[in-house]
Design a protein around this ligand. Structure first.
Ligand SMILES: Cc1ncc(COP(=O)(O)O)c(CNNC(=O)CNC(=O)c2ccccc2[N+](=O)[O-])c1O
Length: 389
């Protein structure tokens, strides 16, 4: 089945839809049984898409899990109330006190905070590595290294990692790899084909696609599914069937939305690349983005999120630029239908890294290009950049 057909067909087993096109929204805490033997049977089968108790999920969850497995090529998909919960739940499922964790240095800030506080408090040591380290990561491996964590591209500075080079080294050392695959979404990169063991999605972004649900997923292979599922279950985090229904609805248009985000973003990226006030554009599809060669090799497309670095500017200029935007809204997160913008001075970016220097001197602007008309967006950004100057 081709990718675009999967967006339409995945997760629609009649077992979940009962003949409708979409699955039922089944809300439950208690599930009642007609007999002790029926309860025992459900208890024995509680790990595999059986109605047992709210915390294990209902058929709405089973439909969404099927869809994510089909789209990412996984065997099992654990669900969490946010992308950050998917990250913490995945790491906590495979790490214990005394273990060592390797994390990419351009990682999403709350992930860094998780490693430096909660995981550290539980006796898990984190070493950060250069996003472009590739196979040289082998030099950082310790006898107690258990997990290598990747995020590619980094969601702020956009470096694209050499994922297969790292997973090859990890596998040779019996180390598990986890990839935050939110930027590619299930559309533009197949994590397990690159040797990844656990693929994490902040479904909050493109999967849901409408900025109205917080949701995370971690998809994995047969080898690791029992451990991920049962350890995540122990954390007791649940996802609402209503949110999962909206996420399934998001999947139906994920392919067409991503094509439009890609088209719009590339138009803006090329327009910015020609401007005299822009030092360079960090869009993975442009040669000016670090790791561009890995994007060309491993990804089948791009999305609406990229950054660009200005030649000069100060915080007051950034504030003036952002405060006056008409279509680009100031906001955390990304992946919805709307355009967003964030601005960071170089010292803030440098503060977010610990083993690689951020050598840019101008501000970094991160944009999420939505589904608006690109002429409106260009005119908006043009006026904004004039305010910053
Ligand atoms: C790659 C990646 N992976 C996971 C998550 C977290 O998903 P969640 O928002 O569903 O928890 C995200 C969320 N992204 N959010 C943003 O990019 C905007 N927010 C921030 O950058 C940010 C920065 C510092 C501190 C806090 C935040 N924040 O999102 O709250 C992500 O980009």
């Amino acid at each position: 089945m081709k990718k675009d057909t999967k967006f339409v067909a995945s997760g629609r087993s009649k077992e979940w839809t009962r003949g409708a096109v979409n699955p039922a929204v089944v809300r439950a805490s208690t599930v009642v049984f007609d007999s002790v033997s029926e309860m025992k049977k459900a208890t024995q089968q509680r790990h595999s898409k059986t109605l047992f108790y709210g915390r294990r999920g209902t058929s709405t969850a089973f439909a969404f899990q099927d869809a994510m497995n089909e789209l990412e090529g996984g065997v099992g998909c654990a669900l969490y109330p946010s992308g950050t919960a998917a990250i913490s739940g995945s790491l906590l499922s495979f790490l214990q006190a005394g273990d060592h964790l390797l994390v990419v240095d351009n990682v999403y800030e709350p992930t860094r905070d998780l490693c430096d506080t909660l995981l550290s408090r539980y006796g898990i040591e984190t070493t950060y590595y250069d996003p472009l380290i590739g196979a040289d990561i082998e030099a950082l491996i310790q006898p107690n290294t258990k997990v290598i964590y990747l995020e590619s591209p980094g969601s702020l500075t956009m470096e694209v990692q050499d994922v297969p080079a790292i997973t090859h080294v990890a596998r040779a050392h019996g180390i598990l790899t986890m990839l935050d695959n939110t930027w590619a979404s299930p559309v533009n990169l197949q994590p397990f084909e690159l040797g990844v063991d656990v693929s994490i999605q902040a479904a909050t972004k493109y999967v849901v696609g409408h900025s109205d649900v917080m949701l995370g997923t971690a998809t994995t292979t047969a080898e690791h599914w029992d451990q991920l599922r049962e350890n995540s279950y122990l954390l007791g985090q649940c996802t609402s069937p209503d949110d999962l229904y909206l996420a399934l609805r998001g999947i139906r248009t994920l392919g067409v939305r991503m094509k439009q985000h890609q088209k719009n973003a590339l138009e803006l990226a090329y327009w910015l690349a020609k401007r005299a006030d822009v030092d360079h554009v960090r869009h993975p599809a442009l040669a000016t983005c670090p790791g561009h060669e890995h994007f060309i090799r491993d990804f089948s497309g791009s999305n609406g999120l990229f950054s660009f670095v200005l030649k000069k500017g100060n915080q007051a200029g950034i504030n003036a630029m952002l405060d006056g935007m008409e279509h680009f809204k100031i906001g955390f997160s990304w992946g919805g239908f709307e355009s967003l913008i964030l601005g960071h001075m170089p010292e803030h970016i440098a503060h977010l890294r610990s083993v690689t220097d951020w050598q840019q001197t101008g501000p970094l602007i991160r944009v999420h290009i939505g589904l608006e008309d690109t002429q409106d967006l260009i005119e908006d950004l043009d006026r904004g950049l004039a305010r910053l100057a």
